[in-house]
Design a protein around this ligand. Sequence first.
Ligand code: FAI
Length: 600
Amino acid sequence: MLGFATTLNSANLACYSCTSSAIQLCNSQKYNFYLSSQTPSFLFCISTVCRGNASLVKAMAQVESTTKSSSSRTGEKQALISLSDKRDLALLGNGLQGLGFTLVSTGGTASALEAAGVSVTKVEQLTGFPEMLDGRVKTLHPKIHGGILARRDLKHHVDALNEHEIGTFDVVVVNLYPFYDKVSSTSGISFEDGVENIDIGGPAMIRAAAKNHKDVLIVVDPEDYSALLEYLKGDQNDDMFRRKLAWKAFEHVASYDSAVSEWLWKQTGRDEFPPSFTVPLSLKSSLRYGENPHQKAAFYVDKSLSEVQAGGIATAIQHHGKEMSYNNYLDADAAWNCVSEFENPTCVIVKHTNPCGVASRQNILEAYRLAVKADPVSAFGGIVAFNVEVDEDLAKDIREFRSPVDGETRMFYEIVVAPKYSQRGLEILRGKSKTLRILEASKNKKGKVSLRQVGGGWLVQDSDDLTPQDIQFKVVNEITPQENELRDAEFAWLCVKHVKSNAIVIAKDNCMLGMGSGQPNRVESLRIAMRKAGDEVKGAALASDAFFPFAWNDAVEEACKSGVGVIAEPGGSIRDNDAIDCCNKYGVSLLFTNVRHFRH
Ligand SMILES: NC(=O)c1ncn([C@@H]2O[C@H](COP(=O)(O)O)[C@@H](O)[C@H]2O)c1NC=O
């Protein structure tokens, strides 16, 4: 058995027992005995006086205990660093070392620090235990967690540290195994690999340090390294800085855990919503105000695993224009959701979340003009969405096109959203106005979950992904529709899905002619739609988001009298036969889809 030597000053080491200065580094784990964080090497006395004297080890433990408690009291500074994301590690390591910190690290982090020329003590040297179980146990040790969790203002905490020869940590820098990236990678991951990527020791250290943030600074984000170093250079009296780091640390762990639990629920193979779940949200931007100027507001991006590469407005790139407002986000979302559904080149114009103009044409310029024409009054100040690139010609048209209302006023829009812009197209649109928001969005993923808040709770449902291709348009009366009428009905059906209930859309030749939305009764929506369609209603298709409760002297008869050629509705009313008889009488085809598209 070997005896150990210690003093506080590493330059002046001597054996406690024999006072010999014949001190050597000990390479054998078995005999390692940590002395103090200022002398983090493993030392032993090779004097013949000590050699083989078992009692010396005990004696030395007492000496070291004294040494350690005095080191803590004399403000010896230790930082614990364990990072998967090793970005800016050299900046951190050099910065802390320059400020007089002793660095303690897990294996990979220690190697990276050493490679960056920073001296470091390995956690296993401190704990006297090797990292084991394939890294499942590295830092889960009282010498680590005691040093993080002990309150410096409680004597019995400090005494306990001294008794067990534990040094304190003033700074803990940890980030976690990249579970999120691994399980969401497109190449996929096995269940076993997923499990191995669940970090255990990291969250334990983060939580411990965040709990004891009064004494320990906890950093989980490389973006905070500079602020940490600045803080350490100052008087360190800003408690709010510590609290903010602690908040961020718990948030980091909470998001991480929500990803793990979301993934595990999927691994159970159950096709139902989980009994409870957490949605991780990340602030994208503070908004000037909410729906109205007296309401505070912000926009958050959903970080759920199911939202990875889900496309949509939240991840759209803004190329130009005034900052997006709360209502802009809602409207842009509605426009983008609607236009993304069409296969052919299409333009959708939205006002207050309702499409007021929709047209599909091989020539997108034509589609754009038709979409404006559907309701030029509403289109003014609206959101224009395209499902194809905005090139130079289209951009010029968006810039120059004059309102069909007076033939003079140039059309004005809040937002243009498209999947792509040519360089020239973008330049031209930028020139239209300083404020015009230009968004580049990627297509929405199908099969998502939709959440909506009500007082005290959230409603959760699958997104409404059905398209006309998934639906059978069944002729239920004696009038067989023409091929073009069927296509018009499908087009109107796709439009009506995006209109607020009660929703009626009249369309012909891949162009919306009129729509009625949000009325508390269907007849009123129908009348609004017919008024907008005007004479063009003749031979057009009409789609209703839900069945008609009454036919005679009601919406169905009014539609038939107006001259529509075909009506598409879900069916399912107890008075379906009235609708069938009514359509027979007026020579209008009636199609039942058996699918409802309420939008509340
Ligand atoms: N098990 C443990 O005791 C443990 N302690 C730290 N870690 C993690 O290990 C990672 C760093 O490892 P390395 O320094 O070996 O590259 C960090 O992301 C940290 O969160 C652990 N790993 C997983 O649980």
